[in-house]
Write a protein that binds this ligand. Structure first.
Ligand SMILES: [Zn+2]
Length: 345
């Protein structure tokens, strides 16, 4: 491919890689393989490949070139089945992001979609439109009702575009989209949105690490990499939020549904029992343990969940995904692919 690419294309892709890596390295914006970026250069849509991490954009080839017209035809047909056939170079085997149609739909040249913690902490509220209206006043923005990521979400955005052409989208129970004509403008707009959505995180008591280490000793569990994960159990508000249900797709896809929470008295029973082991356990009031063989993606998703919860004041007024929406995500073939890709690495 390199030989066929013009200098301009290479420069633009380098800009996109840099933007992607910056976002990927910020836990408040992107976690694991979540989030994706793209650029339209002439008739080609370069979009992040499924399963790749934005933070690796500067060190590996994470973008797949697609024929823009072909992807837009899929949007018209209402199905993204066969999107692999729109890959420009047939030798490429990596699969385009499940959000590729969303990137193709938006007319702006550079699109960033991420699971911003700040945006999510608002996008999971029933009154998100009202609160965001205050915070984003003066920006060209819109909210998009929750729809399963992939074609259903793209079609929901298409509906929004019938009325206006925003460059900031808040996806309910999902995340953020920022669009502009170049990477610098996307970065600037993202900074503006993040500043407006910023609010202090709640303070939580520190966990007793030695006690948790003693509990985990000899079990299938260990302590999480990110210490803030313990807040899911040490903060009663965070526990209540996370035990209330699923807030957004990546939580369901990587961590499953129904958080396992036990009391201090129950934990040894759990660890020695013949239960189907949960990816992570909240020991109420004490801290969090994660399964030793958890995938790097899932580990980052626990981190994200802790960050989202700690930025929410209380459980009141939150909207959770319905059982049907959870089921739809768990049976989702494209996401299964993304997980298997990560496990194979
Ligand atoms: Zn997403």
């Amino acid at each position: 491919m390199d030989g066929e690419m013009t200098g301009i294309t290479l420069t633009l892709l380098k800009d996109l890689a840099q933007l992607s890596a910056t976002i990927g390295n910020n836990a408040m914006l992107s976690q694991g393989a979540g989030g994706n970026t793209s650029i339209k250069i002439d008739s080609t849509l370069w979009v992040k490949a499924s399963g790749f991490w934005l933070q690796n954009a500067s060190i590996e080839d994470i973008f797949v070139p697609l024929e823009l017209k072909a992807v837009r035809r899929l949007i018209d047909s209402g199905s993204d089945y066969g999107i692999q056939y729109s890959v420009v170079d047939k030798r490429i085997t990596s699969r385009p992001s499940i959000e590729a149609t969303l990137h193709a739909l938006l007319p702006q040249k550079v699109i960033l979609h991420c699971h911003s913690i700040r945006a999510l902490s608002f996008a999971v509220r029933t009154d998100s439109n009202f609160v965001l209206g205050e915070r984003l006043k003066g920006l060209n923005w819109a909210t998009v009702p929750y729809c399963r990521p992939g074609m259903p979400l793209t079609l929901a955005v298409k509906k929004v575009l019938c009325e206006k052409l925003p460059n900031v989208l808040i996806l309910e129970n999902h995340g953020l989209v920022v669009a502009a004509e170049n990477c610098q403008a996307v970065q600037a707009l993202l900074n503006e949105v993040e500043t407006r959505l910023n609010r202090p995180k709640r303070t939580c008591i520190s966990p007793d690490i030695n006690l948790l280490l003693a509990i985990a000793a000899g079990s299938n569990y260990r302590l999480p990499i990110h210490e803030i994960c313990h807040s899911l159990a040490t903060s009663p508000i965070s526990s209540e939020i996370v035990e209330g249900g699923s807030l957004y797709p990546d939580q369901v896809v990587f961590l499953g549904v129904n958080v396992t929470a036990v009391s201090r008295d129950e934990i040894f029973n759990y660890l020695s029992g013949a239960y189907k082991l949960a990816p992570f356990i909240l020991i109420r009031g004490m801290g969090v343990l994660v399964k030793k063989d958890i995938s790097p993606n899932a580990e980052e998703m626990i981190h994200a969940l802790a960050l989202v919860c700690i930025h929410i004041e209380n459980k009141d007024g939150l909207k959770y995904l319905s059982a049907t929406e959870e089921k739809e995500l768990l049976g989702w073939e494209a996401e299964q692919y993304r997980i298997s890709l990560q496990l194979n690495k």
